[in-house]
Design a protein. Structure first.
Length: 289
């Protein structure tokens, strides 16, 4: 049997392809594979591949978390943002018995229920690359709280007295830095507390003289439980006030929506809408232009 003349050329091409494949197996990892760590920076949410982008763009789906003392305030502000964007607000209330949610759960909530998740402190470089934050819709503080009627400011607190400070906050870091700079005989004793709730409970029990907590948490406690009614915020002097903005979280690829929400927040702060919402709740925050 005679073979066509093209066969030797085909054989050479197949041999060359086989050699190329063998050499490729020994070559360095290709550029595409080197980019894979960017994928793994995102957490994995069960069934995430089945959660496509919704088709109804006439709604602003937002989440609020009942574990946040200010969740009703945040919901009212989110409704106002939706109105400013001419969108229908669609609220999802997060329910959980956990003290704090892990990042995988937040990511799953964003995929399934939220265009916007309210109630995130604007911490510089404090969030993963898959998330982005809006502008602040209000500004509030960490506050020093006491039940002692004789204390008007931190300057009245004698050396050696105790402070229960919520661990790891910017206010806690500032307090520790201040105490470290003082001579040992002039320092207060600062006890780190795992949560704002623990700091306030320690204050009620008399374990500490002052608690350093997030102001919205105290506000929420005093609305819900009369046991906290007699606690008072005192002047932080000689320490400076620790103020921080609060905004909403979005998925990082929602750049157009983030820009629109930021414009809405700026307008609502400027025209006094958010200020009126805060005033209606007697909420300890500011929203000036």
């Amino acid at each position: 049997m005679r073979f066509p003349r093209a066969f030797p050329q085909l054989a050479r091409r197949l041999l060359a392809a086989a050699l190329a494949a063998a050499l490729a197996a020994l070559a360095p990892v290709p550029a595409l594979a080197q980019n894979e760590p960017e994928f793994f920076e995102k957490p994995y949410a069960e069934g995430q591949w089945n959660l496509g982008r919704r088709l109804d763009e006439s709604q602003l789906r937002y989440c609020v978390d009942k574990r946040d003392g200010d969740w009703e305030v945040a919901a009212a502000i989110a409704d106002a943002i939706a109105g400013a964007l001419l969108l229908e607000p669609q609220r999802y209330v997060v329910e959980s018995d956990l003290v704090m949610e892990d990042i995988t759960r937040v990511y799953a909530l964003m995929l399934e229920h939220c265009d916007l998740h309210m109630g995130f402190k604007l911490l510089p470089e404090g969030y993963a690359n898959w998330a982005t934050l809006t502008a602040a819709y209000y500004d509030t503080q960490y506050v020093f709280v006491t039940a002692d009627p004789g204390l008007k400011s931190m300057a009245d607190l004698k050396a050696g007295r105790t402070i229960g400070a919520t661990l790891g906050t910017s206010a806690h870091v500032r307090l520790v830095s201040y105490l470290t700079a003082l001579p040992s005989g002039q320092r207060w004793r600062a006890f780190p507390m795992g949560t704002n709730d623990l700091a306030l409970e320690s204050l009620l029990s008399g374990s500490v003289d002052v608690a350093l907590v997030w102001a919205p948490v105290l506000w929420g406690k005093q609305r819900q439980d009369p046991a906290y009614a007699n606690l008072r915020v005192i002047d932080p002097a000689p320490l400076p006030a620790t103020t921080m903005g609060v905004g909403g979280l979005l998925l990082a690829d929602r750049t157009f929506l983030r820009s629109a929400i930021d414009e809405a927040i700026a307008a609502l702060r400027a025209d006094g809408t958010i200020g009126k919402i805060l005033e209606s709740f007697d909420f300890p925050a500011t929203a000036g232009p």
